[in-house]
Design a protein around this ligand. Structure first.
Ligand code: URA
Length: 306
């Protein structure tokens, strides 16, 4: 179980560069006490142990398709797809729910097809619907800064949503719409095989963890979805509406970063053409720079067990 140890009232620290990228601490309140891990979806989610996290690097795509889901002909069709392009072209023809009739286009997702971190938002908004790309409006700009502050470039991660079509008037996607769209998300995860998933906001967390999950209670905790470690933080749109949540989000991102390094994740963004190749073929920055940065952050936020 991962329990960050932090003295009551101690605020997370960040480098100047991080503060510039993601100015979280402007109004930092006392940081909440450490939280227990927990899990809910289908009774299978559980706190992520290091063993599960390490195993996630080697799970096979087929394992990601639950037996229940295999009964959905779409899930079966998607399970046989050879790549994200094939899944995307099926999604673009999709008329399985009411959302497609009310939006301009399907916003499938974008990013590194071999991403080690996958980000799952809620649903496309107006700008995304216009441009056909996820997280390109104001919330997307904040997401880019959150990723950068955590050590990731937008290009090295993969970004998608629980539903691929914009809900009318930007309403929250209904549970049945998320369920209907779920085979696409499942297929994306199976194809990309990320080391970790970051959920943004309640609908995303509930989609992967279960309807009982609550972002206010469960952000920053580790869950797993078929062996893939899952962590959630507040949606960037929520942080724009209520900046007092930013220090909590920053804690969540530090925890993501800590675990990502612990399980051998690679940061590609910080260095150019040196270093070893990864399975994505992108040159990583896993080396001393990331480790040093992490150590200095860990020193700032206090010792953590697990
Ligand atoms: N909010 C989301 O949840 N997803 C997007 O793509 C854009 C805004």
């Amino acid at each position: 179980m991962d329990r960050p140890h932090r003295r009551r009232g101690e605020t997370p620290a960040a480098t100047n560069q991080q503060l510039e990228l993601f100015p979280l601490l402007e109004s930092a309140p006392a940081v909440q006490e450490s939280k227990d891990s927990g899990g809910v979806r289908e009774g299978t989610a559980s706190p992520v142990t290091s063993e599960i996290a390490a195993a996630s690097a080697s799970f096979v795509a087929a394992d990601l398709f639950s037996s229940a889901n295999r009964e959905d002909p779409l899930a079966a069709q998607l399970a046989s797809c050879q790549g994200l392009d094939e899944i995307s072209s099926i999604a673009r023809q999709c008329r399985r729910c009411r959302l497609r009739a009310g939006c301009k286009q399907v916003v499938f997702g974008e990013g590194n097809p071999h991403a080690e971190l996958m980000v799952v938002g809620e649903a496309p908004g107006a700008t995304e619907d216009e441009l056909g790309r996820p997280f390109v409006g104001r919330a997307g700009q904040l997401l880019d800064r959150m990723l950068a502050a955590t050590g990731f470039t937008r290009e090295e991660v993969y970004i998608t949503n629980t539903v691929k079509c914009r809900p009318p008037d930007n309403r929250v996607p209904a549970p049945d719409e998320r369920e209907t769209c779920f085979p696409y998300l499942q297929a994306q995860i199976a194809m990309i095989r990320p080391r970790m998933i970051l959920c943004l906001g309640s609908p995303s967390l509930q989609t992967l963890v279960g309807p009982e999950a609550r972002i206010t209670r469960d952000h920053g905790k580790w869950f797993n979805w078929r062996g893939v470690p899952v962590i959630a933080t507040f949606h960037p749109a929520a942080l724009l509406r209520d900046p007092s949540k930013k220090p909590l989000a920053w804690q969540d991102l530090l925890e993501l970063r800590r675990k990502f390094i612990e399980i051998g994740g690679h940061f590609h963004g910080l260095r150019g053409a040196e270093g070893q190749k990864t399975r994505s073929g992108v040159t990583p920055d896993t080396g001393d720079a990331a480790a040093e940065q992490s150590q200095s952050q860990t020193a700032h936020v206090g010792r953590r067990s697990g």
